[in-house]
Design a protein around this ligand. Sequence first.
Ligand code: HPA
Length: 235
Amino acid sequence: MGTAHNSAKMGDIAETVLLPGDPLRAKFIAETYLEDVVQFNSVRNMFGYTGTYKGKRVSVMGTGMGCPSIGIYTYELIHMFGVKNLIRIGSCGAMHENVKLGDIVMAAGSCTDTNYAHQYKLPGTYTAIATFDLLRKAVDAAEKLQFPYVVGNVLTSDVFYDEEADWKRWKEMGVLAAEMESYALYCNAAKAGVNALAIFTVSDSLVIEEEMTAEERQTGFRNMMEVALEVAIQV
Ligand code: HPA
């Protein structure tokens, strides 16, 4: 049965779902990489599609921006639609000079300034981490495809326009990049005992003045999508 946010029926969505923030990127991935595509959702224009990649059934759906939005969609994918492997493919802002535009960042862990884990009433701070098996497969795929990548900690922030430059304190702790969703994804997956991974293309840098050409942007995103699809067919 569908939900208020997703009109799919049980069985319409594959066990493995790629999750870009932008629903039009979900459409692009479905049209570019998948065969035999069926659209399962258009509620709030949060497009979702199921098809096959190299013969394996895979879905792709937008999440929107921020923890509340990805929190809703991924909770429903897991609990109402039986999804077992959730792979976020997003963009991030680099905090380190050695993390370049177009590189892939893989979030081994996510720090956060959000209050998302408050719901679990834990007696301390929850460290949100990727599922190691998915992370290892993503690293192997990036190595094989010879795409530049880094693995480490990211910051999931509620604040995009960071006027106080709070990100600098996260940088001092070795955090590689900022984005806005992976902490909620990792929490939802951990609580439900399913698998999650978040990888990003560096779309901007907080430390280097650099512009990406439209072509570089597209190549960077394609590299990330191909890594995610390679993981998807192995789980
Ligand atoms: N901050 C937060 N999220 C982002 C950024 C950023 O600089 N770039 C892309 N997503």
